[in-house]
Design a protein around this ligand. Sequence first.
Ligand code: GTP
Ligand code: MG
Length: 527
Amino acid sequence: MPSSEREKNILIESELGAEGPNSSSASLGRDGRSVVKGRETASDSGSKPEILNSSMSSVSLSSKSRTENANEDKDKSNLQYKPESWMMPDQAEGRLSQLNLAIVGHVDSGKSTLSGRLLHLLGRISQKEMHKYEKEAKQQGKGSFAYAWALDESAEERERGITMTVAVAFFNSKKYHVVLLDSPGHRDFVPNMISGATQADAAILVVDASVGSFEAGLDAIGGQTREHAQLIRSFGVDQIIVVVNKMDVVEYSQERFDMIKQKLGTFLRSCGFKDSSVLWIPVSAMENQNLVATPSDTRLFTWFHGPCLLDAIDSLQLPARDYSKPLLMPICDIIKSQSQGQVSACGKLETGAIRTGSKVLVMPSRVVATVRSMERDSQVCSIARAGDNVTVNLQGIEGNRVTAGGVLCHPDFLVHVANQLELKILVLDVTVPILIGSQLELHVHHAKEAARVVKILSLLDPKTGKVTKKSPRCILAKQNAVVEVVLQGSVCVEEYAKSRALGRVSLRSSGRTVAVGLVSQIMKTQD
Ligand code: GTP
Ligand code: MG
C-alpha cells in the first residue's frame, strides 16, 4: 500500500470514534408496520472489533477526565456494576439475533428500491400493498419509484423522489433478524444518515453501475459514496457489502463491475476496510437479479458465481455485544401518544439490558422513569439487551423530558452531559484548514450541536500517535490532531475509552463532513 494510503487508513481507523448523531430533522413515525421512518438503531459500542490504531488508542485510552467538578460522585465505576442474571443472553430463548444493517450510498443509487424489493421478496410487503405503491407511484408519474415508496413514506420524499429520513424496516434472513436502516443519499440529509448509520453492525454500500453515476458518487467534492464510506468506517463498522446496483443499465457487464471493484476497492482500503471484510455483489434491484436467489439473467450468471445478496448478509459476523456494562441506550427517536399521554423512546441498546418494570434514568433530563412495555419489530417483548433495536414505552415521565439525542441509562451510572470536549480527530479531504475559531457542527450518536474550536493542542503522527507538533496554527487535510471544542449546548457524551458508542464524533461544516474522531477527554460538564 502506498504510504499516503496507509496513512489515511490509519487515520480513519484511529478516528474511529465518530458516531453520527441524528440530525435534528429525523422524523418519527412508527406505524406498526414493518417500515418505520426516521428511526435508527445504535451500534453496540463495546462489541465492535478494536479498530483504533496504536496512536489513537494510546491517547484515548490514557486520557483522564478532568471533570472533577461534575458527575464524579454519581458516576460510579463500571467495575462496581454487576449485571443480573436475566441480563445475559439466554440461548434457550431461541430467537434470531438482531443485525443492524445500514444501507448507505450516493443519492439515487437505488438504496430504497433495493430495500423495498428485499422486503417484498421476503414477504414483509404484501402483494396488495405492492400493487398500491405501483398504482400510486404511476399516478404521480413516478412509476420507477414503486419499491422505494415502501420506504419513502412522506409526501415530500415521494414528490422529490429522494429519501430524507432514515427508514427502519425488518426482515428475517436464515441467521438474523435484520434491522434495515435505509439511509438518505442526498448530501443535504447526511446528518440523518449519520444518525441512522451510527447504529450499524454492518453496512451495505450501494453504488450505481451506470456510466457517470458511479463516478459522481466517488467524486472528491460531492460524492456520497466516498463520504458515507468514510463515516461508516469511523462509526467502527468494518464489514461491508458493496452492492453494485443497476447492472441492467450496463448490460450486466463484467468489465464494468471489475472496474468499479478496482476503483472503489482502492478507496475503501484507504478508509481502513480490509479486503477480507468487503463483499462485492452485482445486482439489479429493478430486474430482481441476484437479490435473494442466484441470478437468472445469463449475462450475469455466466461470470458471477458468488453469493446472492441475502446469502452475503448471512455471511456477516455479529459483533460481540456488551451485556456486562450498565445500560446505555442513545435515543434516536421519540414517539408521543397524544391520546394516552405516553412517551416512547426508540433506539438501540449499546450496552446492558432492560426489561419491563426496569427503572431507567432519562438523560439529560435526569428524570427516572419506568419501562412500562417494549416492542421489537412491532412485537411486544419483555427483555431487550445490547444490540437490540427497540421502542421503550416509558411511564412516570412527562413527554417533554424525553428527547431524541438523549440517552436512557442505569439510574446509578449516569452518562456525562458536557459542553467542552477534547477530541482526537482525523481531518478528511478538506480544502479549508481547521483553525482556532472554526465553527463546526458536532455529531455524537443521535445528538448534534454547534461547536467552536478553541484550542489546537497538537498534531499527531498517524502511525505512532506521538505528538509531532505542539500548538499548530491550523490542521490540514489528512492530518491527525488533538483539539478542544466548546459546544453551544450540552450533549450526552462519554470518553471513547469508556464508551465507544458515546465517544465517537464527526464534525461537519458547510454541508460536508470535515473530520471524524473520538472524545479523548471531557473538559467541562453541565451541572
Ligand atoms: P436516495 O435515497 O434519495 O439517495 O435514493 P436511493 O438510493 O434510495 O434510490 P431510489 O431507490 O430512490 O432509486 C432511484 C432511481 O433509481 C429510481 O428511479 C429507481 O427506479 C432507479 N433504480 C433503482 N434500482 C435500479 C436498478 O437496479 N436498475 C435501474 N435501471 N434503475 C434502478
Ligand atoms: Mg432512498
